[in-house]
Design a protein around this ligand. Structure first.
Ligand SMILES: Nc1ncnc2c1ncn2[C@@H]1O[C@H](COP(=O)(O)OP(=O)(O)O)[C@@H](O)[C@H]1O
Ligand SMILES: [Mg+2]
Length: 603
C-alpha cells in the first residue's frame, strides 16, 4: 500500500471539485524583489490604478469625515436645539456616506479587473516561458509541482491582488487618518486610547502565531487527503484488482480525521481573533469614555469632540485587525509569486547562434563523431560515439535497456546538447542549424505516445500543419491506421480525450506513426515504435513502415530484432558505448553480443 505521506502537502490536487488545496503558508525569500516585480506588472494599468487610488481616498475620506461631522452636529446643532440645521447636517452626512459607498464599490470593481488582467498576463507569461525551457528543466522538476504553480500559486496572487492589497491600503490610510484626527481633537485622550494598542497588538500576534501553526498543519493535512484521493482515483483499477477498497477507505478515514482535527483547531483560533480584539476594543472604549467624560467635565473638552473621538476609538481596532489578518494572505501570495518568478527566471533553451542556417532540401546524411554526453555534468552516459548514416540508409540501434539508445536519438533534434564531439546533418554541425529547421527535418515515433484533445484528423495533422485532409488519410493508410479510424464512432472527426483514453495502446501508436508519416521528413526516428503493437499488426504495418522509410534516413530502435534484420547497419550499444557494428549477417557470424541477443529471442 502506498504511503499517503509521499504526497504530503507538496503536491496538491486541483482536480477535486470545490477544494482548492494550498501549499502550507510559505514565506517568500526575498519579499522586496517579489513586490517590485509584481508592481511592474500592476503598473501597466497605470491610469486605472491612479483612478483606484482617488476612489480609495474618497472612500476613506468619507468614513473619516462622516465620524468627524458628529462634532459640529452635536456642538452646533443638537446642543443649541437647531432642528432645521440638524436635518441639513444629517442629509449631508447621508450624502457623504453614499458617496463613500459608491466609491468603495467602484474601487473594488476596478481593482478586480486590474487584478484579473494582471493575473492573466502572469499566467500567459508563465506558460510561454515554459514553452521555451529545455527538456532538461522538465526532467528535473516534478510535473505536479509545475502544475501547482499554475493553479495554487497563481490563485494566491490573484486573491491578494483582488482584495488584500486594497484592504491593506485602506486600513493603513484609515488608521493614519483616525490617528491624526484623534490627536487633533484631544492629544491627551489619544494617549489614553493608544495605551491599550500595544497590548492589543501583542494579543493579536499571539493568536495569529498560534492559528498560523494550525493553519499550516491544516494545509499539510489537506495536501495529504487530496493526494491520497487523487492517487486512489487514478489507481482504481489496481485497488479493485487487489480488493483494497476497505483498506483504502479505512486509511482515508484516518487521514480525514486528522484533517478534521487540524482544521477545527485552525478555524477555532482564527475565529477567536475577532471576539478577543472586539472585547479589548470595548474595554478600550470604556476607558476612553471615562477619561473623556472627565476631560469634558474638568478640562472643557467639547461634547461633540468627545462623541467623534469615541467613534474613532471604536473604529481603531478594525484596521489593526485587518492589517494583521491580511498579513498571512499576503505572505502566501508573495511566496506564490516568488515561485512563479523562479520559473520565469529559468534559463531558456540556448538561442540559435546568429549565423545559424535554415536547412533546405535535406539529403539526410547524418554523422556522429566522438560524441560524449551526460544528462548531468560529471555523469557520462554516452562515451565516444561515432557512426554515420548515408542519406536513405536505415540504422538500427540495439542493446539492453538503459544502454543509451534513446539518449543517442535525443541528441539529434537537440533535445539536449552534447558536451563534446560533433553531430552533423549533410555535413553541417547541428548547432549551426536553426532549431526549427533542424526539427522540421525529422520526425519521431516514440514508445510513449502523446495525443492531444482534438479530433483524430487534427492529431495526425500535427505532424505537418499544412497537410490536407487527403494527405492525412493517405498517411493513415500507409501507417495502417486507416481501417480502425474508420471504425471509430465519427471516423476522422472523433474527438480524442485524455491522451486517447478510449483507444488501445497499439491504436494510439498507429496514430503516432501516421503523424510521422504525414510529416514526410527526410530523417525518421522510431524508438520502440512498435513494441506495444502485437506481432500480427506489426507485420501488417511493417510494409507501410518500410515504405515510409524508403528514401529516408532512418534510425530504428527495436526490441524485436527480426524487425531490424534488413538495416544497413546495426549498432550494438552497451553502457553508452558501441560494442559491435555491422549488418545482421556479419554480426551473427561474430557470435558476440548481437548473436546472444538474437539467439535469446528465439529460445
Ligand atoms: N532525462 C534523463 N536524465 C538523466 N538521466 C537519464 C535521462 N534519461 C535517461 N537517463 C539515463 O541514461 C541512461 C541511458 O538511458 P536510455 O538512453 O533511455 O536507455 P535505452 O537504451 O533503454 O533507451 C540510463 O542510465 C538512464 O538512467
Ligand atoms: Mg529507450
Amino acid at each position: 500500500m502506498t504511503n499517503p505521506t509521499t504526497s504530503s502537502g507538496k503536491l496538491t490536487l486541483s482536480g477535486l471539485p470545490g477544494r482548492r488545496a494550498r501549499i502550507a503558508v510559505e514565506k517568500p525569500k526575498n519579499s522586496k524583489q517579489v513586490i517590485f516585480r509584481l508592481w511592474k506588472y500592476l503598473i501597466r494599468e497605470k491610469s486605472l490604478l491612479f483612478f483606484i487610488v482617488i476612489l480609495l481616498l474618497i472612500n476613506t475620506g468619507a468614513t473619516l469625515a462622516g465620524s468627524y461631522l458628529l462634532r459640529p452636529i452635536i456642538n452646533n446643532y443638537i446642543l443649541p436645539h437647531n432642528t432645521p440645521g440638524l436635518i441639513r447636517m444629517i442629509l449631508l452626512l447621508l450624502s457623504i456616506y453614499i458617496v463613500g459607498s459608491l466609491a468603495a464599490i467602484w474601487q473594488n470593481r476596478m481593482m478586480i479587473s486590474v487584478a484579473q488582467k494582471t493575473v492573466s498576463i502572469i499566467r500567459s507569461d508563465l506558460f510561454s516561458k515554459l514553452q521555451t525551457l529545455p527538456l532538461k528543466f522538465f526532467d528535473s522538476n516534478n510535473h505536479g509541482d509545475l502544475m501547482s504553480r499554475f493553479t495554487n500559486d497563481v490563485d494566491n496572487v490573484s486573491d491578494s491582488l483582488n482584495t488584500c492589497i486594497l484592504q491593506l491600503f485602506t486600513s493603513t490610510i484609515t488608521l493614519t487618518g483616525i490617528f491624526t484626527l484623534m490627536v487633533y481633537i484631544s492629544p491627551m485622550l489619544t494617549v489614553v486610547t493608544l495605551f491599550i494598542v500595544p497590548f492589543m497588538l501583542l494579543v493579536a500576534s499571539r493568536i495569529i502565531k498560534k492559528s498560523k501553526s494550525f493553519f499550516t498543519s491544516q494545509q499539510v493535512s489537506l495536501g495529504i487527503v487530496n493526494g491520497y484521493a487523487e492517487e486512489m482515483i487514478r489507481g482504481q483499477k489496481v485497488v479493485k484488482l487487489f480488493c483494497y477498497e476497505e483498506i483504502v477507505s479505512a486509511d482515508f478515514e484516518k487521514i480525514n480525521y486528522e484533517l478534521r482535527n487540524k482544521a477545527t483547531k485552525a478555524q477555532y483560533y482564527s475565529g477567536v481573533m475577532m471576539p478577543v480584539i472586539q472585547n479589548l476594543n470595548t474595554i478600550n472604549f470604556a476607558l476612553t469614555a471615562t477619561v473623556g467624560g472627565l476631560l469634558a467635565i474638568f478640562r472643557g473638552l467639547d461634547l461633540g469632540g468627545l462623541a467623534a473621538f469615541l467613534q474613532y476609538s471604536k473604529q481603531f481596532g478594525r484596521p489593526v485587525n485587518e492589517i494583521s489578518s491580511q498579513y498571512n494572505t499576503l505572505q502566501s501570495a508573495l511566496a506564490g509569486a516568488e515561485r512563479i518568478f523562479q520559473i520565469m527566471d529559468e534559463i531558456p533553451e540556448i538561442p540559435d547562434i546568429p549565423a545559424a542556417v535554415s536547412l533546405t532540401d535535406v539529403k539526410g546524411d547524418v554523422s556522429f563523431n566522438s560524441v560524449t554526453f551526460g544528462y548531468d555534468a560529471g555523469k557520462v552516459i554516452l562515451n565516444n560515439i561515432s557512426f554515420g548514416a548515408k542519406a536513405g540508409q536505415k540504422i538500427a540501434l540495439v542493446g539492453s535497456t538503459g544502454a543509451g539508445k534513446t539518449t543517442i536519438i535525443n541528441l539529434l533534434p537537440r533535445f539536449y546538447d552534447i558536451q563534446s564531439g560533433q553531430i552533423t546533418i549533410d555535413g553541417l554541425e547541428i548547432q549551426k542549424i536553426q532549431r526549427i529547421s533542424l526539427r522540421r527535418s525529422m520526425a519521431m515515433v516514440l514508445q510513449d505516445t502523446h495525443l492531444f484533445t482534438a479530433s483524430v484528423m487534427e492529431n495526425i495533422r500535427y505532424g505537418r500543419l499544412e497537410a490536407t485532409d487527403n494527405e492525412v488519410i493517405d498517411a493513415s493508410t500507409l501507417a495502417g491506421a486507416h481501417s480502425f479510424i474508420q471504425r471509430l464512432p465519427k471516423g476522422y472527426q472523433t474527438i480524442l480525450r485524455n491522451d486517447g483514453d478510449n483507444l488501445s495502446q497499439g491504436q494510439r501508436q498507429l496514430l503516432n506513426i501516421a503523424r510521422a508519416t504525414v510529416a514526410k521528413p527526410p530523417i525518421l526516428i522510431l524508438d520502440e515504435a512498435t513494441s506495444s503493437i502485437d506481432t500480427r499488426t506489426e507485420q501488417i504495418i511493417q510494409k507501410g513502415m518500410d515504405q515510409l522509410m524508403q528514401g529516408r534516413t532512418s534510425f530504428v530502435i527495436a526490441h524485436r530484432l527480426s524487425t531490424v534484420r534488413n538495416a544497413d547497419e546495426i549498432l550494438v550499444l552497451e553502457n553508452g558505448e558501441i560494442v559491435e557494428r555491422g549488418s545482421h549477417e556479419v554480426l551473427l557470424k561474430q557470435k558476440g553480443h548481437y548473436y546472444q541477443l538474437y539467439a535469446g529471442q528465439f529460445d
